[in-house]
Design a binder for this molecule. Structure first.
Ligand SMILES: *Cc1c(COP(=O)(O)O)cnc(C)c1O
Length: 421
């Protein structure tokens, strides 16, 4: 584990003191462990090695170019959901052939960008989108590599806002009513589309493998029936979604997931793709914040920190729980605490009703499991500079995204001339 308390009770990242990193770079600060990312990514790769799966890291979980570059060096491809993420993946040195473009709402410009860069696969999610891809490919007299993302109508049993596998969500093309099969035949017959296969992603933070099993069986049945009908189905993209332990400190069970995939797919002739995001990134990042004030309330204490919902929105957005601990262990009395930021919203909190040692101004807290869907979702709400990010690697802490100054933030804006006197 990259984040450990040393014998003196000081939190360290791969041996470096968190307090030293913060002394150099300030708070709030995301700190990632390069060794942790490599360890988790290679563990995932090994778990799916028996089925020769290609791992496309889901860029939206953590899109820092340095992190993508680190993973690319381990052989990662990229699962992207926008033209911006495509440019990041390319900037990180990921080969176009190893990029898969997912998402329900690709614009013409994004489709053009994908085709001009020759990316490996576009996962289309509607017939209307397939028509646009086909029209643009026809304009350029080329063939676009397209898979269709199917919706298996399986409930992943995750939080409503990150569940994508049921037919009531906007994602994918339904299988049950025959729509996916019909659209696949359209792909197969098009002069400007190369059918690549099927893709699926049923949701995020799945801690139980049963929904994966159910969905993968539905996918296999469709793939087999399409092949039986004479269609070319070379690739199956099994998505991401494997959950992590936000309560405790257990590693994601890559081996169990790998065993499931091996059981279902090892004897089959499909080229498999995987798109893990959270399971690779979450455990390998923390958000460090300074305590500004403490404020007693009737039956609890408010611990007011310099990190807020604009730095880490998961608690506010998904009622997500993050383990939060003092960077320096102490044996002070515990108290029931709400850890809150300075943003002017009651929903601005990092944790509620958590037992914490009594904290004092200037002391540091670490928010664990913050390496996925943390910095990528940060904003400058309340004109708070977007949080800096730092990567611990080769015994040093390297800033990979500096904190913007307020001057830089203001300089991005313009006022119409007629208002400028
Ligand atoms: C978000 C997403 C992923 C990654 O999901 P995780 O839960 O972070 O593993 C993979 N594929 C697609 C299409 C996604 O939208």
């Amino acid at each position: 584990m990259p984040f450990l308390y040393n014998d003196d009770g000081h939190l360290t990242v791969d041996g470096l003191l968190v307090s030293d990193i913060v002394a150099a770079h300030g708070t709030p600060l995301y700190i990632y462990s390069a060794a942790g990312f490599v360890d988790y990514f290679t563990s995932f790769q090994q778990a799916v090695a028996p089925v020769k799966g290609k791992v496309h890291f889901a860029v939206k979980a953590n899109s820092a170019i340095a992190v993508l570059r680190l993973l690319a060096k381990q052989g990662a491809g990229a699962d992207i959901v926008s033209g911006g993420e495509m440019m990041r993946a390319l900037a990180a040195g990921i080969a176009p052939a190893d990029i898969v473009f997912s998402g329900v709402g690709k614009t013409d410009d994004e489709i053009r960008l994908a085709l001009s860069k020759n990316i490996g696969q576009i996962n289309a999610e509607s017939l209307a989108e397939i028509y646009r891809i086909e029209a643009i490919a026809a304009e350029w007299d080329m063939k676009a590599p397209v898979a269709i993302r199917v919706n298996p109508d399986v409930d992943p049993g995750s939080h409503e806002k990150i569940s994508t596998g049921q037919k009531t969500t906007k994602f994918g093309i339904p299988i049950a009513n025959g729509e996916a099969a019909e659209i696949y035949r359209y792909l197969q017959d098009s002069a400007h589309l190369t059918p690549r296969g099927l893709a699926m992603h049923i949701g995020s933070q799945l801690r139980d493998l049963a929904p994966f099993r159910k969905a993968y069986l539905v996918l296999l049945e469709l793939a087999d029936s399409l092949r039986a009908a004479g269609c070319e189905v070379t690739h199956l993209d099994l998505g991401g979604g494997l959950g992590i332990d936000y309560e405790g400190q257990e590693r994601p069970d890559f081996a169990a997931y790998g065993a499931l995939v091996e059981e279902l797919f090892a004897s089959r002739e499909y080229q498999l793709g995987f798109e893990p995001g959270r399971s690779i990134a979450a455990d390998n990042g923390i958000l460090v914040t300074s305590v500004l004030y403490t404020k007693p309330a009737e039956d609890k204490a408010f611990v007011i920190t310099d990190a807020a919902m604009n730095d880490l929105i998961r608690p506010t957005l998904y009622d997500a729980h993050h383990r939060i601990e003092a960077v320096e262990l102490s044996n002070r009395a515990q108290q029931n605490s709400d850890i809150v930021g300075p943003v002017c919203e009651t929903g601005d909190y990092l944790a509620k009703g958590q037992d914490m040692p009594e904290m004092q101004a200037g002391e540091l807290l670490a928010v664990f499991n913050a390496g996925a869907y943390g910095a990528v979702m940060s904003s400058s709400y309340n004109t708070r500079p977007v949080t800096a990010e730092c990567l611990v690697m080769d015994d040093g802490a390297h800033i990979i995204r500096p904190r913007k100054s307020i001057e830089e933030m203001l300089a991005e804006e313009q006022v119409p001339d007629s208002l400028s006197d």
